[in-house]
Design a protein around this ligand. Structure first.
Ligand code: XBP
Ligand code: MG
Length: 253
């Protein structure tokens, strides 16, 4: 790498633990509203995370875990409507401040912003969800700190395909080697490394057993002075939190 020029952040599981207490809860509220009687408990949701994207996840659930469900004639419309309802509930949950940022995330983003480092969001989730999370955690309008929000259906093939990262790089007119990605899951790192982007992984309960052999560094979280990270793989040069200077060292090593 010549010089680090941009930080590319995944959202779900990386910036915040949105899956268990955000997306999963919102799906269940939408299922209740539609009178479906479906319930995605924490264990089942872990299995459903094999597939990224909410609409795709609903279809996967019906293919694999609820095969008796009689699909309505307009199945695509049904899934789309259910997913729109889920997004409405998710945004409400974020507005209520139900999900905080993970350790060290706010500090790194604020430091990068102050230093003029370019940043982007690269996620499979719906754009409204990104806005809602950033508004509720970093403050209204904080989305504008990110030059590009690569999200949702912007590319047809979601993670683990590399398309969303490649799309973000093209938008920013950057090469993979000028950037570093932050991910939390196997599907995420398959996507970022598929685009040849060095990736720092912060694991979570759902992803701790995933294969992260493609990561340059694997941590339990980004760390802070009060709560140092634990290094699970890779070299963090003796440091204990992901400052911009450490991220730059990792990226340029
Ligand atoms: C995130 C996801 C998303 C959310 C749901 O993956 O899998 O699908 O669970 O979002 P990643 P939508 O962190 O790898 O981007 O319901 O808005 O699609
Ligand atoms: Mg993720």
């Amino acid at each position: 790498m010549a010089k680090l020029q941009a930080l590319l952040f995944d959202v779900d599981g990386t910036l915040a633990d949105t899956e268990k207490d955000g997306h999963r809860v919102a799906f269940n509220l939408a299922f209740d509203e539609a009178g479906l009687g479906w319930n995605w408990d924490e264990n089942l949701y872990g299995e459903l995370l094999a597939v990224t994207g909410g609409k795709e996840r609903i279809k996967y659930y019906l293919e694999k875990f609820n095969t008796d469900f009689e699909k309505p004639a307009d199945f695509e419309g049904f899934v789309k409507g259910l997913h729109a309802s889920k997004t409405k509930y998710y945004v409400q949950l974020m507005e209520q401040g139900k999900v905080p940022l993970r350790t060290g995330v706010e500090a790194l983003i604020k430091e990068a912003k102050a230093a003029g480092m370019r940043m982007a969001v690269v996620t499979t989730t719906t754009p409204e969800n990104v806005t809602a999370l950033l508004d509720s955690t970093l403050g209204k309008g904080s989305e504008s700190w990110f030059e590009v929000i690569a999200a949702g259906d912007i590319v047809p093939a979601k993670k683990p395909a590399a398309d969303i990262y490649e799309w973000a790089l093209a938008q920013m007119n950057l090469k993979a080697e000028d950037t570093i990605a932050f991910e939390d899951s196997r599907n995420g790192i398959l996507s970022s490394s598929g685009a040849n982007i060095k990736t720092i992984v912060t694991i979570n309960d759902y992803t701790q057993a995933d294969d992260f052999s493609a990561a340059v560094v694997v941590l339990d979280h980004m760390g802070s002075e009060a709560e140092p990270f634990t290094v699970l793989a890779g070299d963090t040069f003796g440091e204990t939190s992901l400052t911009l200077s450490l991220v730059t060292k990792i990226a340029e090593a």
